[in-house]
Write a protein that binds this ligand. Structure first.
Ligand code: NIG
Ligand code: FE
Length: 438
């Protein structure tokens, strides 16, 4: 099946196939073609280019043999062309860009935590809410009382929500189970989403998100449960692409983290770490030591973390929606980029610290609160998040051979308009695996 998108005002986010992430000054540019076309074949980007280049033979891209489409010499179709064996999408002069990749979410959860929102407004901190038995444990209680089918249905509402906002790939964590059975329940729901939704999904086992209620005061025993009972089951059922630990004040220590990561390494499961949200935790260094694909949050960073990340495979990932919602510092993204490092920006969509999966808002916060340029922020939300969830060989840019996960916008004055006018509804179509999801 062939689909041709034509009348593209700006085709944005073009990268060569060998680029898996962008770092330092490489993040400053977004390669674009004005007045472009793009061909999709069987869900994959097959070809793209300047429509001007087809001036003398506008039918060339439509069929392998010349076809009388009657538009010879024009640079833009005025009416939908006709040709055999192809479907046409008129981009009407809008942008076509890669769909967002959201490399850090917790969108499988039950109910919500709107009551804690009131506590937060009244002045309680994230740690204070957690210490009173709210927070993650509150979500674990709700999840325990929710059937697997119901959890799937509730989560699919959020999956549909983020797809409509232009997200084409999402990493989803467990971590609201905190018992063997409930962690497996969450991971099975994530697997079901992977199997049923057009969005690309990666599953992350976050058994060490908080100490389960039954283990209160027995943290090391809970870590043993994660290592010796949860991980073997998760690995046996092939339920996780990644393993994660919340390595932070009041949650898990560097020693706990090492224990879990070395056990996960026995099963060949790659780590991604929650680090430095609440304090400088040592989580970045332990993540780098175990070749984590990413270390995430980083609201609290000293220069030592920047040094630790140099030369590593680990993607520093910041979550500005969490900083915004909790009123905590924004990560030092600019300093990381100036140090020559890559930076990714993800939503952290979850019921406690970031109840939004809007990647355009994330991109806007990257610009407005972290002083990234629109180009840096665009790259941080596309190719670099694709890397941070292990899919940058298939997603995150306009590249021949990658999955056709695309956003088509209304005509826009510039790339900067995307984060600048971040509440304006600019998305016309979201195409996943070459198909319009509408
Ligand atoms: O990434 N920080 C730890 N985990 C989530 C919050 C989870 C929750 O509060 O439900 C986060 O912010
Ligand atoms: Fe998180």
């Amino acid at each position: 099946m062939k689909t041709i998108i034509y009348n593209i005002g700006t085709l944005a986010g073009i990268l060569p196939a060998d680029v898996k992430r962008l770092e330092g000054s490489q993040m400053n540019d977004v390669k674009c073609i004005e007045n472009a076309y793009l061909v999709i074949e069987d869900g994959i980007i097959a070809e793209y280019g300047s429509w001007d280049g087809c001036k003398n033979d506008p039918c060339r891209i439509l069929t392998d043999t010349p076809s009388p489409c009657g538009q010879g010499g024009s640079t833009v179709f005025t009416t939908a062309p006709t040709a055999v064996n192809a479907e046409f999408i008129d981009a009407q002069g809008g942008f076509v860009m890669p769909a967002f990749c959201d490399s850090h979410t917790h969108i499988v959860y039950a109910g919500c935590r709107d009551g804690e929102f009131r506590d937060k407004i009244a002045g309680l901190s994230y740690e204070e809410i957690a210490a009173r038995g709210g927070g993650i444990l509150n979500s674990a209680d709700l999840l325990h009382a929710t059937s697997e089918d119901e959890l799937y249905e509730q989560s699919m509402v959020r999956v549909r929500e983020i797809m409509a906002m232009g997200t084409g790939a999402v990493e989803i964590k467990s971590g609201y189970g905190l018992t063997v059975e409930d962690e497996l329940k969450m991971l099975r729901v994530i697997r079901r989403i992977k199997e049923t939704a057009p969005i690309t999904v990666r599953a992350n086992f976050l058994g060490a998100h908080a100490v389960g209620r039954a283990y209160k005061g027995r943290q090391s025993e809970y870590v043993d449960l994660v290592c010796n009972e949860m991980l073997p089951r998760v690995a046996a059922e092939g339920l996780a692409d990644f393993v994660d630990v919340f390595c932070d004040a009041g949650f898990f220590t560097v020693e706990d983290t090492e224990k879990i990561l070395s056990k996960a390494a026995e099963y060949g499961i790659t780590p991604k770490i929650h680090a430095n949200e609440l304090e400088v935790s040592g989580g970045v260094q332990v993540g780098v030591k175990y070749n984590a694909l990413s270390v995430d949050h980083l609201e609290m960073t000293t220069d030592a973390e920047i040094e630790a990340l140099r030369g590593s495979v680990t993607m520093p990932t910041m979550l500005p929606g969490c900083s915004f919602f909790l009123g905590i510092p924004f990560g030092r993204a600019k300093d990381y980029i100036e140090a020559g490092l890559p930076v990714a920006l993800a939503s952290d969509y979850n019921p406690g610290s970031s109840p939004s999966g809007n990647m355009r808002f994330v991109m806007a916060l990257g610009c407005i609160r972290m002083r990234l340029t629109p180009e840096q922020s665009f790259n941080a939300c596309t190719i670099n998040t694709a890397y941070a969830m292990g899919v940058s060989d298939q997603l995150g840019s306009i590249t021949v051979g990658k999955k056709a996960n695309l956003i088509i916008t209304k005509p826009l004055p510039s790339l900067a308009f995307i984060p600048y006018s971040h509440q304006t509804p600019i998305i016309e179509k979201v195409i996943l695996n070459g198909t319009d999801i509408a």
